[in-house]
Design a protein around this ligand. Sequence first.
Ligand code: SAM
Length: 210
Amino acid sequence: MLNKDGFDLWSDRYDVSVKEADERNQYPFAGYTRLMNAIYGTIMEHSPAKVLDIGFGTALLTSRLYDAGNQITGIDFSAEMIRIASIKMPTATLLQWDFSLGIPPVLSEQSFDFIVSTYALHHLTDAAKVSFISSLLNLLEAKGVLLIGDVCFRSREELRLCKAASRDSWDNDEVYFVVSELEEQLSPVCELVFHEFSFCSGVIEFRKKP
Ligand SMILES: C[S@@+](CC[C@H](N)C(=O)[O-])C[C@H]1O[C@@H](n2cnc3c(N)ncnc32)[C@H](O)[C@@H]1O
């Protein structure tokens, strides 16, 4: 699994490498551009919005939202990713923080219309995902939405089939989302809707239950 130094090194060729993998329709980035555009479109329907991005990277998504007038706060642990993102979004609030430690204390009193996270939370175990997502739900406005776009499968069986088909490139250190299992754990506190974008990717939409 990449640590923050690994992400620092990847930062200058990240944008090109994900786009190329998407164009080849390959795991893990097949569907990446459509997925990002869909999240962008959903938020823009409510623009200007207050948006928190978890693991914003080179800000491929959030810089577009920033340019369109949304108010951006972000968390990432890579100094290089933050450097690149802050050039694109000079007045955004970009915090260097490791999300495996939970929510940064400075955000605990804030609330957001949208919280987004793309291709970042697969660095958490399944148990840590449930706990972190629960904390994120607490940062949403009453009608706020959490949008997680990532390598994602409806069921454990779909994940198994993708792993078998992508044996040469499969990353055993990453822990991908299985929607049915997440739903079992989180349905008491929120509503989940899954939008599939490719054989290995999708967006999970979370809304707090009233
Ligand atoms: C694959 S990139 C995704 C970037 C961007 N969200 C996108 O979709 O293009 C993952 C990002 O999450 C950040 N990240 C990974 N693990 C993290 C952690 N534990 N705490 C904070 N940031 C983390 C990395 O530094 C990197 O910028």
